[in-house]
Design a protein around this ligand. Structure first.
Ligand code: SAM
Ligand code: F3S
Length: 458
């Protein structure tokens, strides 16, 4: 063996890679957009900071859907003001819906923010951050849609599951909703691109993929040949290695028989439909411009249950929409009880500047909104608890997500119907499928034992 004695090389000063921390607010699409941003920055030589305090660059991917979501971002930005005073090299970016809506006014109100980057420009974040190095404060809220770069698969937070955006924007004009303003008209990702991304993810270990769109049922209407969501689902489900395919979110007016039949025909397509009703009162639905009646909603539910055996439904509800009377609210309660949703997401109406509903007086007092919120959730809890308890003794097929958030000594995962199941098992089971015998339940989850575990534990 050759041994050469050399003097130690003078320590070269290797510039440290900038560390980035990203927080996403709001919907799953924002979580995925944040992943795309981080993936792009990793490709450009950044590294991930474990905490916000350890970061050289702090980015917020924001949501404008409710005032509350914006307030949370402003409070996080406020906390960074002092840090930036002590360390002017810290760079701060506001991305996504708030950036698109408020643009320059964010730079004015928060002089410590370096980049404001809207919903269509975030794929360019690397170049925008480069410009801030010289002290430039950058505003990028152009109308032009920038296509995200090819996905950096290594930036995925979970190996076993992934989201894929198939369309952005929305052509509906629900009067309460800021999404069409901040995300623009519907733009679908070409079918072949979606299929290629799903195949790449499945090849990289994803066994479950969720396709995302603000109004996903109208996928493809803007593409040549107008491919339907049903056709896209059939093609994606065939990706080798993929075991489960989901999609969110559905507008009741756009759910087709073709879609339901496709879901019912392929076991890889999860029998779960997130189809917000918003209200059970026709006058309220009309003022919301939802384009369906409560009776039509019931018909679609019946059709879904007929064509997709075992399907579970989830809904969003807005309480305290302008002019909502007690009788209107009770119509929502009635619809919720009748349909027996698996999950209900309840929101108290908040006026979004620029939406058509600003023309209506926000006349339901805060305490009434809170009370209705509470009553709707209580009704859902009662339904979920009863239905979940009735499942004792069943075997559930669970894809394990990892330790339960509430009790890290146990595992948590989901069934095909999107039901949470909690049970004991080793951390190494993350990302695997397990058969779990249900022994108990709450409104939020089923509890049980993995089949064969008792014998295996010795
Ligand atoms: N199709 C969309 C999706 O992908 O979920 C729905 C838009 S929004 C992101 C999600 C939910 O927020 C809506 O279904 C609605 O219940 C609620 N929401 C939207 N605007 C609201 C407002 N101004 N006040 C209260 N809740 C609102
Ligand atoms: Fe918003 Fe209605 Fe579209 S809730 S995202 S305008 S379907």
């Amino acid at each position: 063996m050759n041994a050469t004695a050399t003097a130690p090389a003078p320590a070269a000063s290797v510039p440290r890679r900038p560390r980035v921390h990203m927080a996403a607010f709001g919907c799953q699409m924002n979580v995925l957009d944040a992943e795309v941003v981080v993936g792009e920055l990793l490709r450009r030589g950044y590294e991930r900071a474990a905490t916000e305090d350890a970061a050289d660059v702090v980015l917020f991917h924001t949501c404008s859907v409710r005032q509350h979501a914006e307030d949370r971002v402003w409070s996080r930005l406020g906390a960074l003001r002092r840090r930036k005073k002590l360390d002017p090299s810290l760079r701060i970016g506001v991305l996504g819906c708030m950036a698109q809506r408020d643009g320059r006014s964010i730079l004015v109100r928060a002089p410590h923010v370096d980049v404001v980057c809207g919903t269509r420009m975030f794929p360019r974040i690397g170049e925008l951050l480069d410009r801030t190095r010289e002290g430039e404060r950058v505003l990028a809220v152009d109308e032009v849609e920038c296509l995200p770069p090819p996905r950096n698969l290594s930036a995925r937070p979970d190996r076993h599951k992934a989201f894929v955006t198939v369309m952005r924007g929305c052509d509906h004009r629900c009067t309460f909703c800021i999404v069409p303003t901040v995300r623009g008209p519907e733009v679908s990702v070409p079918e072949d691109d979606v299929v290629a991304e799903v195949e790449a993810l499945a090849g990289d270990g994803a066994v479950e993929v969720t396709l995302l769109g603000q109004n996903i049922d109208s996928y493809g209407r803007d593409l040549p040949g107008q491919p339907t969501l049903a056709r896209l689902l059939r093609r994606c489900a065939a990706a080798p290695g993929l075991r489960r395919l989901r999609f969110i979110t559905s507008h009741p007016g756009d759910v087709t028989e073709e879609l339901l039949d496709t879901m019912g025909a392929d076991p890889r397509l999860c029998p779960y439909l997130h189809m917000p009703a918003q209200s059970g009162s026709d006058p309220v639905l009309k003022r919301m411009a939802r384009k369906y009646t409560a009776a039509r909603y019931r018909e679609i539910v019946a059709e879904a249950r007929r064509r997709v055996p075992g399907i579970e439904l989830a809904s969003d509800w807005i309480v305290g929409f302008p002019g909502e009377t007690e009788a209107d609210f009770e119509a929502s309660l009635g619809l919720l009880r009748e349909v027996e949703f698996q999950t209900s997401y309840v929101f108290q109406y908040s006026t979004r500047p620029g939406t058509p509903a600003t023309r209506l007086a926000d006349d339901v007092p805060g305490e009434v909104k809170r009370d209705r919120n509470h009553r709707l959730l209580a009704a859902q809890t009662e339904i979920s608890e009863r239905r979940n308890r009735a499942r004792a003794g069943e075997i559930a097929e669970v894809l394990v997500d990892g330790p339960s958030e509430r009790d890290s000594s146990r595992l948590s995962g989901r069934t095909r119907e999107n039901q949470v199941v909690v049970f004991p098992g080793p951390a190494a089971w993350r990302g695997t499928f397990r058969r779990v015998r249900v022994t108990g339940a709450t409104a939020a989850a089923l509890y049980g034992e993995a089949e064969g575990l008792a014998a295996g534990r010795g």
